[in-house]
Design a protein around this ligand. Structure first.
Ligand code: NAD
Length: 472
């Protein structure tokens, strides 16, 4: 049966509803796949990922106009293989039915919590890490015993096609399937009555997805974007902070949901910060145009958007400081944009209002750490927050008085790579979380089960009540 299903062509947009119905039927026929079945599916996904890794590197790079192979290997391939290996190791423990305490009045009855798959899970993913953000959630949903449908971004069409083909070769449609297409496909996709939807993308589209899901009362996990601040405390190792900020900001040319989006620097330290950032950019990227490590902007539209942000900031009095001798328009004829700081950034500028998603970093000079905290709290809750500094008092104040999806101290982005930490936004940057066990939990129903005992005393609570209450 499986062999016949595997030979079926991958479903097109037209086949989307049929694939959904097949997944629902398959789930109904096996509602709680065994540990062995789940492991085997994870193994197949691992083998598939390793098999297509070289093709994936080429496809991502072609879709981006150029993307560093190291970035794809690290952020798309290794993040997924690490998630699979972690899930394989921990799955048995995650699947355990756990005892919960039982109140004295209900003993010798006993409580248990049984994780159970939800059914058919939908995953809608963006273009910036097109494999990881499609397959990472799928790993968690498969580990939790679900059937999974993925709708990847149309902005990385080669990657989407590769995933669709590879998945169709490795999985039955009933297990895991990829539906390709643009907004209209996305809209139809999220209107299906999934048992859970995980959407990764912009806050604006996330809102529409939540509305569509509400019609079916489909629970959603929304992994959205926003403006993640990096705060350099008054006592900071400037060279070290700059080296880590450059790594975090220029990885994938800033096209990362948790890239530092603006940096708050003590007013008197701004000059030293600019010098340190220049030195670091040149150290990490000796060249821009001819450098295979430096990634291009994904499309002309996105490049034009970044230029508008720069023009708007310049018109409103910002000073644009290129961080590399090759300048900002580093490579004519390509979509590579050189890195730049935007000094004197103010709230009225688009660059301080919109998520940047590129190698531009506005600098906000501050007088006190309290001023920065109040700035952060006057804006949407960020997906990530970065604190650099050696003063634990200031650090703890920032941690206690700001709310963000996640935090890395004295570096950026690395909280994302921790399989033992939940990853997800808060407020405008998202809801819910996944990664590691948190992903397993997101895609499971934790069913509370009370086992009554033959010796139960609850008979005392049966009517007629007059007598019962006399006893009590
Ligand atoms: P996007 O919101 O434009 O698109 C994301 C996906 O949604 C695509 O597959 C798209 O086809 C689909 N889509 C578009 N309109 C839809 C609709 N009406 N209904 C259903 N689906 C629809 O986002 P993008 O430009 O691909 O990605 C960039 C954004 O993603 C940034 O805001 C970034 O911060 C965010 N992001 C967040 C995370 C995270 O983990 N929180 C990770 C990566 C990117």
């Amino acid at each position: 049966m499986n062999a016949i299903l595997k030979k079926a062509p991958p479903p097109s947009f037209d086949g989307m509803h049929e694939a959904f119905a097949r997944q629902q039927a398959a789930f109904a026929a096996d509602m709680n796949p065994s540990h062995a079945v789940r492991l085997e599916r994870l193994d197949r996904l691992l083998a598939m990922t390793e098999r297509i890794a070289p093709a994936l590197e080429a496809a991502v790079s072609a879709d981006f106009g150029h993307r560093s192979g190291h970035v794809t290997r690290l952020a798309d391939v290794m993040m997924v293989t690490a998630a699979i290996k972690h899930a394989r190791r921990r799955l048995k423990s995650w699947m355990k039915v756990r005892r919960a305490p039982t109140a004295l009045a209900f003993r010798p009855g006993s409580n248990r919590i049984a994780p159970q798959p939800l059914g058919v899970v939908g995953v809608v993913s963006p273009w910036n890490y097109p494999y990881q953000l499609a397959m990472g959630p799928a790993v968690a949903a498969i580990a939790a015993g679900n059937r999974v449908m993925i709708k990847p971004s149309e902005l990385t069409p080669r990657v989407a096609g590769l995933m669709r083909q590879a998945v169709a070769e490795s999985f039955a449609t009933e297990e895991l399937t990829v539906i390709t297409g643009g907004t209209e496909v996305g809209t139809a996709f999220v209107s299906m009555p999934f048992d859970h939807l995980l959407f990764t993308g912009s806050t604006a589209v996330g809102r529409q997805v939540a509305l569509a899901a509400a019609a079916n009362l489909t629970p959603v996990t929304l992994e959205l974007g926003g403006k993640s601040p990096a705060i350099l405390g008054p006592q900071v190792d400037m060279a070290q902070a700059a080296s880590r900020l450059v790594m975090g900001k220029l990885f994938n040319a800033g096209q990362t949901c948790i890239a530092p989006d603006y940096v708050a620097v003590q007013r008197q330290a701004v000059d030293a910060f600019v010098q340190a950032m220049r030195r670091e950019v040149e150290r990490q990227y000796p060249a821009i145009a001819a450098n295979p490590d430096y990634t291009a902007i994904v499309s002309e539209r996105h490049l034009a958007r970044l230029r508008v942000l720069l023009d708007d900031a310049r018109k409103l009095g910002a000073l644009i400081v290129p961080l590399h001798p090759e300048g900002i328009d580093a490579a004519g004829g390509t979509r590579k944009l050189g890195p730049a700081l935007v000094l004197n950034a103010t709230d009225g500028m688009k660059i301080m209002q919109e998520e940047i998603f590129g190698p531009l970093l506005p600098v906000m000079a501050y007088d006190t750490v309290d001023d920065v905290i109040s700035y952060v709290n006057r804006h949407d809750r960020p997906l990530a927050l970065y604190w650099f500094g050696t003063c634990s008092g200031d650090r703890d104040k920032v941690l206690a008085r700001t709310i963000s999806g996640g935090v890395t101290i004295n570096d950026c982005m690395w909280h994302f790579g921790q399989e033992e930490l939940p990853f997800g936004g808060v407020g405008a940057s998202g809801m819910g979380a996944y990664h590691g066990e948190y992903g397993f939990r997101t895609f499971s129903k934790h069913k509370p089960v009370f086992h009554q005992s033959a010796l139960s005393g609850t008979r005392l609570l049966q009517p007629p009540y007059g007598r019962t209450f006399d006893i009590m």
